[in-house]
Design a protein around this ligand. Structure first.
Ligand SMILES: *Cc1c(COP(=O)(O)O)cnc(C)c1O
Length: 480
């Protein structure tokens, strides 16, 4: 059994096992001709249930054969150009290499004495990101597991900085299409049930600053305390970017913490063409970035950045065994002093190898390409009478629905679009997402794959229309 422990004696076994695994994955990737097989839960669950976890196979090849059956064959493949659904990206190879290195060395980034150079690399990348954001010389931050955690930490810091400890009086302002992690965080932070004030958006799905100003005034009038405004730079559903400069100005005027949730839009930090769309982000008190969305990094890789490093002290707790107070005087860099997590992956290594291999411009070019593809997709949709498209994309999202010429009942159109999405998923030919707009069901493409062509987009649109028409035809038959 000792042969399974990775060490000097087993280096050769490690090399062989991992190489075999990499070969399988490479072969699978080379052979996938659609993003999904369309397997159902009912078909797959028994294959997994059948496996006796108390009877190991003891053999890497046999284990990989089994893995093929239970996972690899039917997984959802984000690298396929017709995977158009959620905010998942195809990953860049330098980052995958980073993943292999970081799990083999298995540094833990909580303390210097568990990571050494890993800590310094993470710090450099935080500084690099803060500089691209323009947060100023006092900025700092830490890597997290994802945007949800980054938002939670940012709002936790905002709560600690708030000018009251009456939690029921605190208010957070976020647009009606902000991410649900804002509301989840408010709940976790012990705020009241009405704590998150939903600010309306315009037709462009960006926060209406007039409405925000009104809500801030109402808050003051009611004797409540504004804890934070959350501006979204790239909404999950539409890719819309709230008007950051105007929001920043309102925050400055009323002394409110500005958090910018750039989980999606952070890719613009590397963009060669559209960095200006993030103008105003430099005024934020805190920012969420998800490298695992628009920096083409494997899950997980995210960070929370703050304008003033000192606020991170709210997350600082000392333990004699780990990070005693004296280490601060000794200037030993323990990242746990800034983090909600303790043991923590060296996710930063993936971004490091990405920047060292392709540079930020390489990442930005990929993101610019998908933004360009979204514009092409928008032109296709806008010119196609079969579809109604919601907003011209600011990033890489398209929200639309099939509108059959002969049907006027909106509920029937909803059902046809829902059916089309499900039928497409079951076929495995493409994967698309859905959302609600004005109470109606819409479909969504989130384009994050530069390999997705305009032809892919048209082909998938044809299939959607085909499935929807088929549904409507059958529903006519049912009615007659
Ligand atoms: C994806 C997303 C999140 C949540 O990030 P995770 O990494 O999935 O936890 C938060 N905010 C926005 C705007 C997002 O798009």
């Amino acid at each position: 059994m000792r042969s399974h422990l990775l060490n000097d004696l087993t280096a050769e076994h490690y090399h062989r096992s991992v190489t075999e695994g990499v070969e399988r994955v490479a072969a699978t990737l080379a052979a996938t001709d659609r993003p999904f097989t369309g397997v159902t839960v009912d078909a797959l669950a028994p294959c997994i249930d059948r496996i006796d976890l108390d009877r190991p196979l003891h053999d890497t090849s046999a284990v990989l054969d089994e893995l093929e059956e239970v996972y690899l064959r039917d997984a959802i493949y984000f690298h396929h150009p017709r995977y158009l659904a959620h905010l998942n990206c195809p990953v860049v190879i330098p980052a995958v290499l980073g993943e292999a290195v970081l799990s083999a060395v298995n540094s833990s980034l909580d303390t210097w004495d568990q990571s050494a150079g890993g800590t310094l690399i993470e710090r450099r990348l935080i500084d690099w990101t803060a500089e691209r954001l323009g947060l100023g010389a006092a900025a700092d931050g830490v890597f997290t597991s994802g945007g949800t955690q980054s938002n939670l930490q940012a709002l936790f810091l905002a709560r600690e900085e708030a000018k009251t400890d009456r939690l029921d009086r605190l208010r957070v302002f976020a647009s009606e299409v902000s991410h649900f992690s804002v509301r989840k965080s408010a709940k976790l932070l012990g705020l009241g049930p009405d704590a998150v004030v939903s600010v309306p958006v315009g037709h462009d799905k960006r926060m209406q600053t007039v409405a925000l100003a009104r809500e801030l005034e109402r808050c003051a009038r009611d004797g409540l305390v504004p804890m934070a405004v959350v501006a979204t730079a790239g909404t999950t559903d539409f890719g819309s970017i709230d008007p950051l400069p105007e929001i920043a100005e309102l925050c400055a005027r009323s002394g409110v913490w500005l958090h910018v949730d750039a989980a999606y839009g952070c890719g613009l930090l590397a963009s060669l063409r559209h960095r200006d769309r993030l103008a105003g982000i430099e005024c934020a008190d805190s920012v969420t970035v998800d490298y695992h969305k628009s920096f083409f990094q494997p899950v997980s890789s995210s960070a929370v950045l703050v304008r003033d490093a000192a606020v991170l002290r709210h997350a600082t707790y000392h333990a004699e065994y780990l990070n005693p107070r004296r280490m601060v005087q000794e200037r030993i860099p323990n990242q746990v002093d800034k983090s909600l997590q303790t043991t923590r992956r060296f996710d930063a290594l993936k971004l490091w190898l990405t920047l060292r291999t392709m540079g930020a411009d390489g990442v930005g070019q990929l993101f610019d390409e998908v933004c360009e593809r979204a514009q092409e997709g928008w032109r296709l949709l806008a010119a196609d009478p079969r579809f109604d498209v919601v907003v011209r994309p600011q990033l890489s999202t398209l929200v639309f629905r099939h509108v059959p010429a002969a049907v006027t009942d909106p509920a029937e159109i909803d059902r046809a679009n829902l059916y089309a999405r499900k039928a497409l998923f079951a076929s495995g030919d493409a994967v698309v997402a859905g959302t609600e707009v004005g109470g109606r069901h819409y479909l969504k493409f989130t384009l994050l794959n530069p390999e997705t062509t305009a032809d892919d987009i048209s082909a998938v649109l044809d299939r959607i229309a085909g499935h929807a028409e088929q549904y409507l035809g059958e529903s006519l038959d049912r009615a007659s």
